[in-house]
Ligand binder design. Structure first.
Ligand code: NAP
Length: 251
């Protein structure tokens, strides 16, 4: 099959495994060139190598960068623009959990989660929005969580960060709408990745019982919605949070 003449340029944070990796593969399947970001270079290099061998005529870049570090994020965004010419899609996916009940939660557990999940979002969105404003087009897609909508005992830090992601999404959507840039969020429920593997079998079984569709989700099921939001059919959607959770958070 012939490659598209002008392929989209996407940045995906947290792209070394789990949901971010699935998103990178899915956007590449749609013809995009992708810049992959994670703290471990080996992780993103693996995914980039897989993509290069699958789509040899396109470029896939791997960057070791902690999203909470403003200066490092600036360097990544500048490099992507220099190497690939522009940025069409930003997927803010990097995220961590450090669970504990509030009274046992350390300051470090609170700060780490807010720094990655929320400050990382600020850092990347600001640097990329500056470029998208020049282009007068773009799609920003934030990976939030249903925990940011309904809360979850033991995740005050994570819930606060994801509630913040939702509020940030609404606000940035309003700020950037007149410039042709849409900003949306995808809220996964319980998805099979390393993040949820860390939970005990008991906790997983309890969660699964509460999911109306009766099963955990797959990273590819999140990637599908991200590809839709980044694609040509989603141009009139902005400021939306789409749940992909098997019905777990039905109101
Ligand atoms: P995961 O398997 O643990 O992967 C997390 C990814 O983020 C990895 O690539 C990791 O690579 C990267 N990362 C972590 N901290 C980073 C930092 N400071 N800077 C740059 N990269 C960083 O997680 P996942 O389950 O795929 O989750 C992805 C997103 O979906 C997160 O935002 C999460 O909150 C959200 N989500 C997941 C679920 C679920 O059930 N899995 C549900 C709701 C929402 P390095 O370790 O190399 O940095």
């Amino acid at each position: 099959m012939a490659e598209p003449i002008l392929s989209q340029v996407a940045i995906v944070t947290g792209a070394s495994r789990g949901i971010g990796r699935a998103i990178a593969l899915r956007l590449a399947a749609d013809g995009a060139q992708v810049a992959l970001v994670a703290r471990s270079l080996a992780g993103v290099e693996n995914v980039a190598a897989e993509l290069r061998s699958k789509y040899p005529t396109r470029r896939f870049l791997a960057f070791a960068c902690d999203v909470s570090q403003l200066k490092d994020v600036g360097v990544v965004v500048d490099s992507v623009v220099k190497e690939l010419g522009r940025i069409d899609i930003l997927v803010n996916n990097a995220g961590i959990t450090r669970d504990n009940l509030l009274l046992r939660m350390s300051e470090e557990e609170w700060d780490d989660v807010i720094a990655t999940n929320l400050k990382g979002l600020f850092n990347f969105s600001k640097a990329v929005a500056r470029q998208m404003l020049r282009e007068r087009r773009g799609r920003i897609i934030n990976i939030t969580s249903i925990v940011g909508l309904i809360g979850n005992a033991g995740q005050a830090n994570y819930a606060a960060s994801k509630g913040g992601v939702n509020a940030f999404t609404f606000t940035l959507a309003r700020e950037l709408a007149t410039r042709g840039i849409t900003v949306n969020a995808v809220a996964p429920g319980f998805i099979e990745t390393d993040m949820t593997d860390a939970m005990s079998e008991e906790a997983k079984a309890a969660f699964q019982q509460k999911i109306p569709l009766g099963r955990l989700g797959k990273p590819e099921e999140i990637a599908e919605i991200v590809a839709f939001l980044g694609g040509p059919l989603a141009g009139y959607i902005t400021g939306e949070v789409i749940r992909v959770d098997g019905g777990l958070a039905i109101g």
